[in-house]
Design a protein around this ligand. Structure first.
Ligand code: NAD
Length: 367
């Protein structure tokens, strides 16, 4: 997709409407270089598809941080990445040499981009090595693991963030604003669905409970839980859920599709669907005086949204990951709290665990 051209088109379009650029790109203000002499070094741990196709390219566009190092278990990738991104040999690690990264002054931030069950181990090892950490979502396979990650980073006096890129994406930020500021009155109901038809390797880690912690709910459902939480700015009290499994062979170990309901203290009810067997990408809030909705809600680009007053007009293709990493680097440089700390990931895992409990018990479960 020609991201740049379409971004520029939208930008000019919005300028013609008289919309200020700070409104269009709300997070850019946070991402300016705060100290021109210091760009923080990031090391990516795990060079799979998200690192390869999203994070490394995004790190070519960041202002506060850059791709300084890699950690990989595949020797063949070392040369390819070193050449492509000009990474010196001293900044290349494998999983055995990882801990010696403590002595490497080029690396300020470790970004853990591994299968979910490994997030805890590498976050804790990174914190012990004296590095700040970003862990990919979902944060871990259990609330207990999330807490251990938070504790380890606190103990090491290092910052911890979760890869929740949508907090830096204008359409989702608008959903937060409209819900939290009650622009259309109190939110009554939320619809949040996210899923895709899994057509990948039947032996991949995503289908192994021990590595993934769960299926569609862990991978896709966390975006729905996030959406419901950031529209209301409340923590849900109860979860009720049921599971549908049409392919018990492929999804032997993990959930395929889950239908869930979350009840919020202010009275809002969220109805969610997570799936590895349905194409879904939607977040809608129905409020007292109107509605607001993203029909392309959780993607890397091509966002689409509207309210009961008409279409939302923002740049649909900002580089979410670049904004996310720049903001975290800026938080470190300015010693500020990240808007997506480990506690955000833990709160989502609390909801995930209640949903799984409800499927087991057949009852409404307290979160
Ligand atoms: P992937 O399968 O493409 O890559 C995983 C990497 O981990 C591979 O390089 C693999 O070699 C390595 N690895 C190390 N130890 C492993 C082990 N024991 N078993 C399997 N692989 C092992 O996965 P991905 O899509 O890049 O996802 C990685 C993480 O990023 C996951 O936590 C995922 O949820 C997250 N993710 C986030 C987003 C987002 O939008 N924020 C998008 C995609 C993935």
């Amino acid at each position: 997709m020609s991201t740049h051209a379409s971004s520029r088109r939208d930008f000019l379009y919005n300028l013609s409407l008289g919309v200020s650029s700070s409104l269009l790109f709300p997070s850019f203000a946070n991402c300016q270089r705060v100290n021109k002499d210091k760009k923080l070094g990031i090391a990516l741990v795990g060079l799979g598809s998200y690192s390869t196709y999203e994070l490394a390219p995004a790190l070519q566009q960041t202002k506060n941080c850059y791709l300084a190092g890699i950690v990989t278990g595949t020797p063949a990738k070392e040369k390819i990445w070193a050449e492509k991104y000009n990474i010196p040999a001293k900044n290349i690690y494998n999983y055995q040499t990882f801990d010696s990264i403590a002595d490497n002054k080029d690396i300020d931030i470790i970004y853990v981009v591994l299968p979910v069950a490994l997030h805890k181990e590498y976050t804790i090892r990174a914190a012990k090595a004296g590095k700040h950490v970003i862990s990919e979502k979902p944060m871990a396979v259990s609330v207990k693991d999330c807490q251990e990650m938070i504790d380890a980073c606190k103990q090491a006096n290092r910052k911890l963030s979760i890869g929740y890129r949508l907090h830096f994406e204008p359409f989702n930020m608008e959903m937060m604003r409209l819900g939290q500021k009650k622009v259309y009155g109190k939110v009554k109901t939320i619809e949040c669905e996210n899923g895709f038809v899994y057509g990948g390797d039947p032996n991949a880690w995503r289908l192994k409970k021990a590595l993934a912690g769960g299926g569609g709910l862990m991978d896709m459902g966390v975006y729905c839980i996030q959406g419901a939480r950031y529209v209301t700015d409340e923590e849900p009290l109860y979860a009720t859920a049921r599971e549908e499994k049409t392919n018990p062979v492929l999804f032997k170990e993990v959930d395929e599709t889950i239908y869930f309901t979350l009840e919020f203290p202010g009275g809002a009810i969220a109805k969610g669907i997570s799936s590895y067997n349905k194409n879904l990408n939607h977040l809608k809030a129905n409020a007292e005086k109107g509605w607001f909705e993203l029909t392309e809600a959780y993607r890397y680009g091509g966002m689409e949204g509207a309210t009961s007053d008409g279409p939302m007009k923002f740049d649909p293709n900002v580089n979410q990951q670049a904004l996310q990493m720049d903001d975290f680097a800026n938080c470190i440089l300015e010693d500020k709290q990240t808007r997506v700390p480990g506690e955000e990931g833990l709160k989502d895992l609390k909801v995930v665990e209640a949903i799984y409990r409800s499927i087991q018990s057949g009852n409404k479960e307290k979160i």
